[in-house]
Design a protein around this ligand. Sequence first.
Ligand code: SF4
Length: 297
Amino acid sequence: MVLFAAQCGDQKRLTDRETRQLSLFETTDEPALAETPSAAPVESAPDLPPSPEAPLLPAPPRVDGGAPREGDSPSGAGVTPENRPAQIEIVRTACLKCTACDLSSTRTQVVFGEGSIQSPLVIIGEGPGEQEDATGRPFVGRAGMLLDQALRENGILRQHVWITNVLKCRACLVEGRRKQNRPPRVEEVAACRRWLEQELKILSPLVILCLGGPAASWVIHPDFRITRERGQWFSTSWASIALATLHPAYVLRQVGEAYDAARATLVQDIGAARQKAIELKNLKNLKDPKKRAPALT
Ligand code: SF4
């Protein structure tokens, strides 16, 4: 059997083994919340972190390495595969009306996560840029197009994973009719924390892939340094395991050989996250008598 993963006119021929592995990311029993994006090219640049540390977000408000606070429920108590779509929809609906910080007055739209709520892999970026603010969807600018390409090169389509951000509204300066991206403030990140926490509790992913340093600081530990810790696996309260890689916007800022190397790193790390998600899902299925089936290798 051969499957063609086609998107945006780009086709990748998958082997039988890859096809069986890809099925682990497919949502046969629950629908994805959003359709595959058109990934239309855009004029403006996305949020472009100036370095691999991508210090767009200031020091995260928490200093406990992502450990749950009192009252947190990282286990997603009460969430079942059956009620997960309804639960995420409740959170999404509430988030779209959020006015908990000043960004509500400058945003066009809230940008909530989207993709497969059944996926073992969740990808987390920093925050929406101009195109995301305009469309209400995460990673649809140039960085999103690169992310889509890197996913496809690993046999994954966007709708097979959940893609979201630490911050749900665009952080920008308003100068007349112009808006310019700016780093979010500590209080904005703190106010927005509730939404990603709720997303992760409901989704309960096996693997989280952080795009850029700020997302890794949120998920893994506050002092995370991409240059030092990229590509390493970490335990986290929000998933079985987490990995951080370069933000696609950072990759886009590179030129020549540096671009090629950064892009290859992004693709490689997505591949590692995919493989880990498959391994962990196989393990989980083996422990579940209802889902026990031959493991994929
Ligand atoms: S950035 Fe987050 S906390 Fe602030 S208004 Fe938007 S959704 Fe609410």
